[in-house]
Design a protein. Sequence first.
Length: 450
Amino acid sequence: MDTIAAISTAPGRAAIAVVRASGPQVAELVSQTLGEPLPHRRPALRWLAHPEDGRRVDRVLVTYYPAPGSYTGEDVLELSCHGGPLAPQLVLDALLAAGARLAGPGEFTRRAFLNGKLDLLQAEAILDLVDGRSRAQHRAAVHQLERGLSGRIEELREAILRSEALLVYEIDFPEEDQGPLAPAEIDAAARDVAGRIDRLLETAHQGELLREGALTVIAGRPNAGKSSLFNALCGVERVIVTEEPGTTRDAIETMASLGGYPFRLVDTAGLREATGRVERLGIEVAQRYLAGADLVLFCVEAGRELGAEELSFLAELEHGTLILVRTKNDLAASRSPKAAPEVQAPQVLVSTVTGEGLGELSRRLVEAAFSGSLSLDEDMPLITRERHVRELHRARGEVEAFLEARASGLAPEIAATHLRAAAQALEEMLGVIAPEDLLARVFAEFCVGK
Ligand SMILES: Nc1nc2c(ncn2[C@@H]2O[C@H](COP(=O)(O)OP(=O)(O)OP(=O)(O)O)[C@@H](O)[C@H]2O)c(=O)[nH]1
Ligand SMILES: [Mg+2]
């Protein structure tokens, strides 16, 4: 095993940066760049020098964690040096010159996983924590890091292995038809496992929304106030607003956290009969986004009646939950909007000038997109990745096949192979069995230094 090193903090101007090294040659790195051996697990203030010419590079606060009591389970060196674009790079260069190799993406966490410091679900939770943009996603990631999901998967795996063990008893002592459990009870246990897998799978949509953000497309006629609403919701003047219809010609996307939940907000070109080529392309892009939308915010100026083409657009809308946003309410002559009884959707009056209605709109957005996770029990883990869904479906399919094999009176040893396969799918999910290509896929998403 070689010794890896990387800058763990993000590049850019900052007071402090952290450089880490992990592997069997950490003691050697210390003697070449820092001199005297370091105390264990206690920070020490030292000068770090380049091993080739002894030139002082930086004054660093350094902690040495001997194996196995470290993040990776190997000898680890953690250096806090000065931040900025250059200092951390020079510290790293000194470690590389002393014999370390630059770490690949996620390599520290990968070593932690391989040394049994965390399971694969926890490693993924770390990735979600680093990438998290909303409190709800953060909460889910912390829960997963605390083994919320791992614990459930282990329980399921144990229940399956128990049934398998009981089946083996049936195989070994076929004449004793009252074994420790009657055959019917073995089947009932399998059905119970199937139900628990289904309940986990039901959270997959919410989990995906939490990780990806609910795709929220802002649509409406030109000049309806779409870009102003987009800016107000994401909290920065991100897109151009003018009084001229047709200002926005392309779709603009950003991640925004509203009420603590993640949304992928998209501002689009106004919907109308396109005359020019650019305009037509812009409208096509809007249509594509609309086809995948979780939510559609359809903007119509408050007090203006919906035109025939707007109504036909709404009638054709196939995807996404619709919210009718009555914009520019500060300009509306009457406070009550012209009702639009043809439109079966909640209406919210907003003004981006006074800020009226924006809080209510955020609440409604959270309710519409995340009511599923709001109603979930606090301890219920969420399935957040395609990989988890795949393994759970595989396990579920095998449990089903087991029940069918039992129902059709197949020999217990044949039925038992399905339980084995179901347990294996759960083991892959946890990373108990971790083929190289799976690890490569999981850790490729990480940044260098994590
Ligand atoms: N008074 C008032 N004016 C608004 C409000 N929202 C938008 N406007 C104005 O309405 C005009 C159009 O706003 P935009 O946000 O650019 O509208 P849009 O729907 O993105 O327009 P296109 O990109 O051209 O389709 C601008 O002059 C805005 O300043 C509001 O809440 N109150
Ligand atoms: Mg616009």
